[in-house]
Design a protein around this ligand. Structure first.
Ligand code: NAD
Length: 490
């Protein structure tokens, strides 16, 4: 895709820059603004209104006022709105992809992939909205009946990260709309433009005023603090880092809020000697390099059986070395920039620590000189099992490889993490897949698959990776509460 500067400027200019409160785009109450940058150049892309605490509460006022009527709309009405929004996004998929490439840095082809994945949450939950079953049964004693029905949990605060600007918003807004909740969305300040465009599409699709409010802000806590302390809020759904998730869970406790927490990950990528190594390398490239490694599902620990470690490392190293770093709008680019200079410094510090702990650099290992926040695709061999880089989320294009001898060692190494989100397992042996999956402590397992995210699947983790699931039949339950009616026999 070759994009002209005029096309970029026109698209950015067409996106609303205000706060969406009660169906209207407004300036911040104190007139405050903040800048959004292109990580490939470090230049300002756009200036947006920066919501204050007062604006946050106005957004909650709107969500609260809309909740009662919205909860009573026909499920088909909610389904139709989601389906229409899905259709509009398909028509405008190149606009959505370009905005994500510009504000987040991912290559345009990957951004198009995120449009497909992200918009699927709208289609999937449009279908779930009309099949949100309750249940009816006779009591075990044989007299009286039990009726269980779903109700929307109520106004929700949705907080999203910068790495998947569309999918992280649709994965929350889709099920919340389907369940009949109203919401206040606070996008990440590094990548709010995609959410602004998405909100505009939701309004165009017919969402009533007040159901979705968007308060982008330079200060996240100015938004979350007052909203979460307000008794009208019923739920917070957060995707982001574990430390911020912990803070939000503490705040949620004071107001007895329902919570969904999609937090950090540190995925192991296990390769057994019976695996198809070419398929494993292909899966490893996808699991490691999608989004430049800036994904909670990114493979961060390559744990390879010692008998095939050299063969895997050399094929994988060759594939990593062949990648092309550049601005995501350039057609040949396969690796974009990291999100900012701080993120890149953190990745480099982990590489330096690994080397000082005994790892060897097989490919890359450094920042790319020049404008933007680029980092070389990097492979580290001989990484000791206690290396710092294996304990922390890398969030960059760096692949540390370590080895194991027995299946049990592989399982123990995989589990040696506080995180438990995604994991990957390459083997030709299906019984091994069942055996290992049973013993590894992860919410998701990719079996000979390097990409496992799907709108129909329950995405989520265990341990420090969070609580709750997004997507699948489980996704709508996060936005529902049950009411039980005990019915006396006549
Ligand atoms: P982050 O925790 O810094 O920020 C996430 C969101 O929280 C942003 O909107 C941010 O503005 C807001 N925020 C930050 N501090 C806050 C505070 N004190 N109160 C309220 N809100 C606050 O995370 P990030 O850097 O944007 O995203 C990267 C992290 O997200 C990684 O840890 C990654 O693993 C995780 N992530 C998890 C999933 C998942 O589904 N489990 C998906 C994507 C990203």
């Amino acid at each position: 895709m070759n994009v002209t500067a005029e096309r970029e400027a026109e698209l950015i200019a067409s996106i609303p820059k205000g706060l969406l409160i009660n169906g209207e785009w407004r300036d911040a109450s104190d007139g405050g603004t903040y800048d959004v940058f292109d990580p490939a150049t470090g230049k300002v892309l756009a200036t947006l209104a920066s919501a204050t605490s007062e604006d946050a509460l106005s957004a909650l006022d709107a969500a609260d006022a809309a909740q009662r009527e919205w909860a009573l709309t026909a499920p088909r009405t909610r389904a139709d709105i989601l389906r229409k929004a899905f259709d509009i996004i398909q028509e405008r998929k190149e606009d959505f992809a370009l905005v994500m490439t510009l504000e987040m840095g991912k290559p345009f082809s990957e951004a198009l992939g995120e449009v497909t994945y992200g918009s699927e949450f709208l289609r999937w939950f449009s279908e779930e909205a009309v099949r949100h079953y309750g249940r009816y049964l006779t009591t075990p004693e044989g007299k009286n009946k039990i009726l269980v029905q779903n109700k929307p949990v109520g106004p929700c605060l949705l907080i999203t990260p910068w790495n998947f600007p569309l999918a992280m918003a649709t994965r929350k807004v889709g099920p919340a709309v389907a369940a009949g909740c109203t919401m206040v969305l606070k996008p990440a300040k590094l990548t709010p433009l995609t959410s602004q465009l998405f909100a505009q599409v939701m309004m165009e699709a017919g969402l009533p005023a007040g159901v979705l409010n968007v308060v982008s802000s330079a200060s996240a806590s100015k938004i979350s603090g007052p909203i979460m302390a307000d008794h009208r809020l019923r739920k917070v759904s957060f995707t982001g880092s574990t430390p911020v998730g912990v803070q939000l869970m503490k705040a949620a406790a004071d107001n007895v809020l329902r919570t969904s927490m999609e937090l950090g990950g540190n995925a192991p990528f296990l390769v057994f000697e019976d695996a198809d190594l070419d398929a494993a390398v292909e899966g490893a490239m996808a699991a490691k390099m999608r989004n430049m490694g800036e994904a909670c599902t990114a493979a961060n620990r390559f744990i390879v059986q010692d008998t095939v470690a050299d063969a895997f490392a050399s094929k994988f190293g060759a594939a990593m070395a062949a990648l092309k770093t550049g601005r995501g709008t350039e057609p040949e680019t396969t690796v974009g920039p990291l999100i900012d200079s701080k993120a890149r410094d953190e990745v480099h510090a982990l590489v330096e620590a690994a080397v000082s702990e005994g790892a060897t650099v097989a490919v890359g290992g450094n920042k790319v000189e020049g404008e933007g926040y680029f980092y070389q695709p990097t492979v580290l061999n001989n990484v000791p099992n206690d290396a710092t880089i294996l304990r922390q989320e890398i969030f960059g294009p760096v692949a540390p490889i370590t080895t194991f001898h027995t299946e049990q060692q592989a399982i123990d190494l995989a589990n040696a993490s506080e995180y438990g989100l995604a994991s990957y397992l390459y083997t030709a042996d299906v019984s091994r897949m069942f055996r290992v999956s049973e013993q590894i402590e992860f919410g998701m397992v990719g079996f000979n698959a390097g990409v496992i995210s799907n709108a129909a699947a329950p995405f989520g983790g265990v341990k420090q990776s969070g609580l709750g699931r997004e997507g699948g039949a489980e996704g709508i339950a996060e936005y529902s509460t049950v009411q039980y009616i005990g019915i006396a026999d006549p």
